[in-house]
Structure formats: structure tokens, C-alpha cells
Design a protein around this ligand. Sequence first.
Ligand code: SD4
Length: 327
Amino acid sequence: MSDRRKFLKNSLLSSTLLVPGAFRGAVDKWSGLKNGESHKPLILSTWNHGMPANDKAWEVLEKSGNIVDAVEQGVMVTENDLKNLSVGLQGLPDREGIVTLDASIMKGDGSCGSVCFVRQVKHPISLARKVMEDTPHVMLAGEGARQFAIQEGFPIEKEELSPAAEKAYEKWKLKSEYKPVINIENHDTIGMIGLDQNGNLAGSCTTSGLAYKMHGRVGDSPIIGAGLYVDNEVGAATATGLGESIIKICGSFLIVELMRQGRSPQEACEEAVRRLISKNKGIEGIQAGFLAVNKDGEHGAYAVHPGFNYAMHHKEGKALVDSKSKF
Ligand code: SD4
């Protein structure tokens, strides 16, 4: 049984996994908060790898008070995690055996930056931030993004698969099914959204994308409005899962706009999943999950299928929470 499958099994058994300490028992089964409760500051991230990423983000936020630094440095932990096969250069390759990365970052004032289809850059999230802060553009792709990284002094890594990715790729090649594997086990993008004490929001999203995708394929994660959207006037949202299904509904933007119209983060995530299901055929094989926070620090999450969870961290403690799902 893969670690991920084991994890899902365990987390389904235990509906909500609380980290020992501060607020055991105070967490609502689904939202992770008591009804109507909100938190500021608050850091939320997709999946279990969000726990150590949130720890880092929290530490940075406490030290610097800068929510953008927090969401950048938080997801860098996942980009560095050699055990993670869906984020960073150790991730699973495309069908040609090449790892290509997507990442985006956004601030509540509308500034944003992203990179997609980029090779050999260990921290695409930092490159996305450079695009946001030091170029007149929002998105750089492929070789152009790599050249920008070189120009900015980012180290360029040797292009080789991690041992775990190599092993998985060799196994995949035996059948070389054209269709990317789409199930709940290979959707481990990290999307992080954070709210500071003063109501400033920021978000980050980084991934190696779908395993065994076509060379050149770009997912939702680097697309502002699909994998990530942040607006200080309303809230923030991020997504994980089959990028094509998320892009088709501008998932994260949709959630923020629904919140702008008065929906709670939970209601907005649920509506986005309904919309996604209505616009995508063959939903049995598609997993997608959304995570959202509003400017008051209330949050919500929802997925197509069971198995999606998210990490949250606030003043009183931290927890890994199972999301509700449509099916
Ligand atoms: C993508 N949303 O590239 C990403 C996939 C994902 O872990 O969540 N992977 O479509």
C-alpha cells in the first residue's frame, strides 16, 4: 500500500487529525473551526505536507510580519521535500521523463507572478515572486523562465530524476499509457493561503503537475484565477487536483467572486465543486479540491471525492483536517 493510500485510509478512519496540544476538541469536524469562528493570523495549506509548510510560514510571519514572505518560504519546505513526488524537482516527470514545474504567488493588492513549464529551478515559487516584483509581466514560461532564473542568479540544478521518481517512471513506461494517471493519489500540489493580523492576504501554489503529462502541458497552479486567487477586499482561494477541470471554471477566482457576493468560504467552495462537476465529464476519475479563506479569517474547503485534506495553523494551534466532498 503506498504511503499516500495508507494516509488516506488512516485519515478517513479518523475524520479529523488533531495535533496534540492547544486546541484538541475545539475543532469542528468539517471546517476545523467552531461555527462562525474566525482567526487572524491564519495559514492554510492543501494536503498533509501543508503541516510542515505551515509551521515554516508561521515562523516567518511571527518573525517578519510579512505574509508574502510567509507563503513563499512556507511552500519552499515542500519544494525541498525529497519525499514529495508532486512538488519540486524531485517530482514525477512528464511522459518524456522530464520534470517541469509550475508555480504562482499573489498578494491581496492584486500583484501576482507565476512561472510555468520551467526546468531545473529548485524553487519556482521564488522565481514566480521575482516575476511579480521585478518584471512588468505576470507569467514567464519554459526556457524564458529558466533564462530569467539564470539572469537573477538562481542556481540551475542538474537535470536528473530523483531515485523515487525514476523508479515510478520506469514502471509507468512498461505500459506508457498516454492518459495521465488521474486519481486521488497524485494530486499533491501545495496551495497555501495566509492572512496576517492586519487583514493582509497572500497565497502561493507550486507543483510538478500531473505525473506523465504531455511535454509542455501546464496545469492550473500557475494560472492566476485557476490555481490561486487573492483579493484583500474579499479573501483568497487555492486549488488542487486535475488542473484542466479547475482551469475550465476559473476555480479560485470563482470562489473569491462568490465570497464577494456574500457566500461563506465553505459555500463558495461547494459551489465551485458543483460548477466543476457540471463542466467536466467523467467526474468519477477526477479529483479536485478547493480551500478558501475570507478577509475575516473564516475558512472553508470542499472536494469532488473524499480524500482531500488541508492543514491549518493559527494562534491556538494547528491541525490536519479532512475536507467534506460531493461524493
Ligand atoms: C495540476 N493541479 O498540475 C495540479 C495537479 C495537482 O498534485 O494538484 N498535483 O493539474
